[in-house]
Design a protein around this ligand. Structure first.
Ligand code: GLC
Length: 444
């Protein structure tokens, strides 16, 4: 029997609910097993699962320095010297509109902006510290501009928040001094409360680095209870030392087992914050392949830009994302709302699935006018090139699904999608091919 992912999730949640008395239901945001989502998680996360693709934005004083967001630590820059970067941190009014427009053009459905990174500078009008964007640098509330910009483009809004803080006097000593911990945890909870109180509905809270405390030290259970009391529909990640709603593989794509939600976050070059000298850009094709791989495994792809100190988007980032967006405009239906897809083995293609339709995403177009899939168990009822609608030939011998009649040149770029309509949810059994495909009758 083949079930699509959503049916599996719903079945799992239903089974759990049936076994537990109502009073034992986990509170919102708690996922005691770390696996199967609770009904409340399914409700809050439905849009996010469909969205698949989001924009991460790392923007802070490190942009003015231009040497990576970890420079303060990795170059051991004294606080007084680092604070001077406030003078060069001058985003033009409306810069977040440019980010949001690019995100939308790239086919992204949500954005996550650093409200405070490890450097400790707050991008909003906070009453808890003067070290913020209204007192220094732009002298405007960047978070407010960002929230308005995302909403204007119809995108969901997320806040990244770093628990670790290299600027606050209690940021390190909170690990060894209880009075410092008390102050710093009150500060942290206070900042998060402000962020989730002053800017309307927020869709994602993306915690980062929990050094130097554990969940008990941060009072993370209380933190999440506050978050859900303020924003009942929000989703939170797992970086405040609790499971939260989703896992966060970083710079890698790693599907979670057991129905647990996951989102792979990745840089476009090697740096999150603006890093002038970093020219190690991913190609649009690599980005698209990564997005497909995430969708195949039931995950999301959160792809980063690190705007310049004036808020401008590095031209290479804009170029890559624009090309990705053009592809998404033609092929986004194969990504948004995709089901987990079991078939995954090919040396020149990746796969996504919607119901009984298998999408073969060919990134290296072979010569010869044909492609083939090993071990596809279902009957293919019809096949076509998605972009042109051209019908293709299909022959199946129990081991090979052979698709013929393809044009010599790839009809789409940088990845061409072939849609295969199957008689059931497609599954691939490559082991059967290895074991049972007839070998040579006689040795030669
Ligand atoms: C790491 C880095 C940080 C970046 C984050 C994004 O935790 O410390 O610079 O913001 O990854 O996932």
């Amino acid at each position: 029997m083949t079930l699509d992912r959503r049916s599996l999730l719903i079945a799992a949640a239903g089974a759990a609910a049936a076994q537990e008395p109502a009073s034992a239901q986990p509170p919102p945001g708690r996922d005691p097993s770390g696996d199967a989502p609770t009904p409340d998680q399914q409700r809050r996360m439905a849009w996010w699962h469909d969205a698949k693709f989001g924009m991460f934005i790392h923007f802070g004083l490190y942009a003015a320095h231009g040497r990576h967001e970890w420079a303060m630590e990795n170059e051991a820059i004294p606080v007084a010297e680092y604070q001077r970067f406030t003078a060069g941190f001058n985003p033009a009014p409306g810069a977040p509109r440019t980010w949001a427009r690019l995100a939308k053009a790239a086919g992204m459905k949500y954005m996550v902006l650093t409200s405070k990174h490890h450097e400790g500078f707050c991008n909003w009008d906070t009453k808890f510290t003067n070290y913020n964007a209204v007192q220094y640098g732009p002298r405007r509330d960047i978070i407010k501009e960002y929230v308005e910009a995302a909403r204007a483009e119809g995108l969901r809004v997320g806040f990244y928040y770093s628990l670790m803080d290299w600027h606050h006097p209690d940021g390190a000593r909170c690990a060894t001094d209880e009075a410092a911990r008390r102050r710093f945890v009150d500060y942290t909870h206070g900042l998060i409360r402000e962020l989730l109180t002053n800017y309307g509905k927020i869709d994602v809270l993306w915690y980062d680095v929990s050094w130097p405390l554990d969940a008990a030290g941060w009072e993370s259970e209380k933190m999440n209870r506050m978050v859900f009391a303020l924003q009942p529909d929000i989703i939170v990640n797992n970086r405040n030392r609790l499971a939260g709603d989703f896992s966060t593989p970083e710079q890698t794509i790693k599907a979670e087992a057991g129905g647990r939600a996951w989102e792979s976050c990745m840089t476009l070059n090697d740096s999150w914050g603006y890093q002038k000298a970093d020219d190690n850009w991913k190609s649009p094709r690599t980005v698209i392949r990564n997005l497909i791989t995430c969708a195949q495994g039931g995950g999301n792809y959160l792809l980063n830009i690190g705007p310049q100190p004036d808020g401008g988007i590095p031209p290479e980032s804009a170029r890559i994302l624009t090309e990705v967006g053009a592809w998404m405009a033609r092929n986004g239906d194969t990504i948004y709302g995709a089901d987990v897809c079991q078939p995954h083995t090919s040396v020149y293609a990746n796969f996504t699935r919607k119901g009984n339709t298998l999408y073969m995403h060919v990134h290296f177009w072979p010569e010869g006018g044909d492609v083939a899939i090993s071990g596809l168990k279902q009957k293919v009822l019809s096949a076509k090139v998605l972009k042109t609608g051209q019908a293709l030939g299909v022959a199946q011998d129990g081991f090979r699904t052979h698709i013929t009649g393809l044009p010599e040149a790839a009809p789409d770029a940088p990845v061409t999608v072939i849609a295969l309509d199957c008689d059931g949810a497609p599954e691939q059994d490559t082991l059967n091919v290895r074991n049972n495909k007839p070998r040579a009758a006689v040795g030669i």
